[in-house]
Ligand binder design. Structure first.
Ligand SMILES: Cc1ncc(COP(=O)(O)O)c(C=O)c1O
Length: 480
């Protein structure tokens, strides 16, 4: 496919700008360009075709099934876009006086209240821009809490070995050292290892429940008790909240602090990198450290304030406001019953797939799951050399976005499947049929799978090269 600059033809235009009615100020010579900027010259129809062609080469939830584990790629109701496009929300400025943006502040306050209720927390900041950013923010609260009590020895954060990679990364960024605890044979936290890991240097624990194997840890109350008795705090990675919202609350499980991925559970489109939102909720004793500004209702309406011992801002202004508008729309449209129903169906869909696949594929952790489960492709690899990567790449030819691969790390040939609640049964059945077709192919023609995908614009890119040496901009011939 040609890039925009390669489509450029001198003289082609797509905007008719009126003549300016002010004269351009003379720029000092030193500030002037020495060469014309490289701008694509392209007509409106060519531009439209370029982006349509690009769009056809991507895959989104509107194209087909997207069971990307731990990412909750559910359908995002269009009504969310409608409210997020209202001029009263899009045409305001974050520095406007509070009295002129009372509606926007009400959105922030109401969203924070609903999230606090759903998570069993007392206060919420909407500033963090993603889940990992929320983790970092929550850990800053935990650090501030220990330091304000003069307890400088608490430098370690305990993280199970099934954790998402952002957990240890956030802990290190927040100034902690990470202690990894192993999983037990059932995929939960090994309690003996946890007991051995805690001590006077324990600042806290980070845990997602259900975990990245799609399993709800039945020992959760005991896990939180062990951490609290050691003087640490418990942080809930809420990326998997889609499995439990409306049924059980992290605050009631014993957690002190939590982040929620609005772009997953509360339905904002999030393929392709954002924008996201990772609000952080906490129990009252951590609220004084929350990043400001927060919104509260005062005598003259909603007002912004910063908690006195705040860890400071973690992002400009109030976070990704329009993502918050989408999330509020989603929560209000579904209501308490609807949210609980969404979780119940997410769990039902995952279990339906698990049950239909577990006779032919290895599903190492249990006969039931929460909202996702992990297939281990290792036995197939041993039989015919076909890896999780080969299976995932072949799915692209069937118009299906592959599940998350090679994660969690404790399953070496992992495919982590999260169908979400918005997929109809037909789609789940088609996925099972496709998995069977791929299994058959693996036994009959493994080489075909090593070359997959066969019908996509790009086959097997150098993924490590793309990550390590990304080419992020076009190189013009006169620059080469
Ligand atoms: C379990 C878990 N925790 C944390 C994160 C981080 O969230 P984000 O990608 O919004 O930074 C993810 C993202 O996939 C996740 O699956």
């Amino acid at each position: 496919m040609k890039l925009l600059f390669e489509r450029s033809t001198p003289g082609h235009r797509h905007t008719l700008m009126p003549e300016p009615d002010v004269s351009a100020p003379a720029l000092p010579e030193a500030l002037r360009r020495t060469a014309r900027p490289h701008l694509p010259e392209i007509s409106e129809i060519e531009l439209g075709r370029h982006y349509t062609e690009l769009a056809k080469q991507t895959h989104g939830v509107n194209d087909g099934f997207y069971p990307l584990g731990s990412c909750t790629m559910k359908y995002n109701p269009r009504v969310n876009e409608g409210t997020a496009s209202l001029p009263g929300f899009t045409d305001i400025h974050p520095l406007q006086p509070a009295s002129t943006v009372q509606g926007a502040l009400a959105v922030l306050a109401e969203t924070a209240d609903l999230l606090a209720e759903i998570c069993g927390m007392d206060a919420v900041t909407l500033q963090p821009a993603a889940g990992a950013h929320g983790e970092y923010t929550g850990l800053l609260l935990i650090r501030a809490y220990h330091l304000h009590r003069g307890d400088t020895a608490r430098t370690k954060i305990i993280v199970p070995d099934s954790a998402h990679g952002t957990n240890p990364a956030s802990a290190v960024m927040a100034g902690f050292t990470v202690v990894s605890v192993p999983s037990n044979a059932d995929g939960g936290v090994d309690l003996d290892a946890l007991r051995a890991a805690v001590g006077p240097d324990t600042a806290g624990l980070m845990l997602t429940n259900p975990n990245t194997l799609g399993l709800f840890d039945p020992n959760i109350l005991e896990i939180c008790r062990i951490i609290h008795e050691a003087g640490g705090l418990c942080y809930y990675d809420g990326a998997n909240l889609n499995a439990v919202m409306g049924h059980v609350r992290p605050g009631d499980m014993g957690f002190d602090c939590v982040h929620v991925n609005l772009h997953k559970t509360f339905s904002t489109p999030h393929g392709g990198g954002g924008p996201g939102s990772g609000p952080v909720g906490c129990k009252a004793f951590l609220a004084p450290y929350l990043p400001g500004p927060l919104v509260r209702e005062g005598a003259d309406g909603y007002e912004l304030f910063s908690p006195e011992q705040s860890v400071g801002r973690v992002r400009s202004f109030y976070g990704n406001f329009l993502v918050v508008v989408r999330a509020l729309t989603y929560m209000v449209m579904l209501g308490a019953e609807g949210l609980a129903d969404a979780s119940a169906h997410a769990v039902l869909n995952a279990n339906y797939l698990l049950k239909r696949l577990c006779d032919t594929w290895s599903v190492p952790y249990g006969e039931s799951c929460m909202h996702e489960f992990v297939i281990d492709v290792a036995p197939l690899k041993a039989e015919c050399g076909v890896s999780a990567m080969d299976v995932a790449k072949r799915m692209l030819d069937f118009g299906i976005h592959p599940p998350t691969m090679y994660f969690p790390l404790i399953v070496h040939e992992a495919l982590m499947v999260e169908p979400t609640e918005t997929e109809p049964k037909d789609e789940l059945d088609a996925f099972v049929d496709m998995m069977e077709a791929i299994r058959t192919e693996a036994h009959e023609d493994a080489a075909k799978l090593h070359d997959a995908p066969l019908a996509c614009a790009i086959g097997r890119p150098d993924e490590v090269g793309a990550a390590r040496n990304p080419r992020l901009r076009y190189v013009f011939t006169d620059e080469a």
